[in-house]
Structure formats: C-alpha cells, structure tokens
Design a protein around this ligand. Structure first.
Ligand code: ZN
Length: 149
C-alpha cells in the first residue's frame, strides 16, 4: 500500500501575553489560531473493516484534537510561568480560563507543545507528519517529524 498523508484543519481563539517582549505582544491580546494536523501512514486494506481505506478516520482525529487541544486552549489566556505569583493572580482575576505554561507562549513554542500532546495519543499505524499553526492569516510556524527525530 502507498504511504499517504492526510490533513485536518482546526480553529481556536486564544489570548496570550509575551513576558518581557519588546513590542505590542507584551499586552494581553488575542489571535484566531488556525491549526493543521498532517498524519502519514498506509490506508487500512481490509475488506469489511469499518475503517477500510483510511489511515485514520477524520472524525476520530477531530474528536481527539478537539478533546486534547482545542477545548484546552479555546478562549483561554495563555501565559508563561515567567510571570511571578502575584502577576499570575492578577491575570486570574480577569479570566476563569488562565492557562500557565513553562514556556513563552509564542507560535513556535505552542506548536512544540501541541506536538508533545499529540504524539503519544495517535494510533500505532499512523505517524504525526507535521503541524502548522497560524497565528495570523499571514504568519505560521511548522513542526515536522523529520526535523525532530
Ligand atoms: Zn500575539
């Protein structure tokens, strides 16, 4: 069977602040993030199998990404633990969906974080090939498995 890649697109709204940044992103602001997940694998070739002809059911991929990524990030405020306790408390007062991470929440770092969440969750017969995360319509970062063996 040939090796095939499939991609599903997702979308979420999220606010972030870049700690110590020397530009506008040092302020709380939001983005409409676009996320594209690309998997590779060989389609199942098994007559009568409910997923015959598929690498992974798009619906299953959608459920998995929605549960572990979209629902976690959507309409949250993502900040780094570089902000001290007092500052984190102040952020917590303006949102019930504060999400504190151990990295600066740039597109690049969020992308790596998403890859680390997804990698252990995928079925054995498929590989995570790449992830593309759009911060704006004209800016995106990409993660490729081949670059990160
Ligand atoms: Zn931003």
């Amino acid at each position: 069977m040939p090796e095939i890649r499939i991609t599903k697109k997702f979308h979420f709204e999220m606010a972030h602040v870049l700690h110590g940044y020397d530009g506008l992103c040092q302020n709380i602001h939001g983005h409409s993030y676009g996320l594209e997940i690309t998997l590779s694998g060989k389609p199942i070739n098994s007559p009568g199998h409910p997923k015959d002809g598929m690498i992974m059911d798009f619906h299953e991929l959608k459920m998995l990404v929605n549960k572990h990524i979209i629902q976690v990030f959507d309409h949250s405020l993502l900040i780094s633990n570089r902000f001290n306790e007092e500052q984190q408390k102040a952020f917590r007062e303006v949102t019930s969906r504060l999400f504190v991470v151990e990295f600066q929440p740039t597109t690049e770092n969020i992308l790596v974080y998403i890859a680390s969440i997804l990698l252990p969750l995928l079925p054995e017969n498929v590989s995570l090939y790449s992830i593309r995360l759009y911060e704006t319509a004209t800016s995106y970062a990409e993660w490729f498995a081949t670059d990160n063996p």
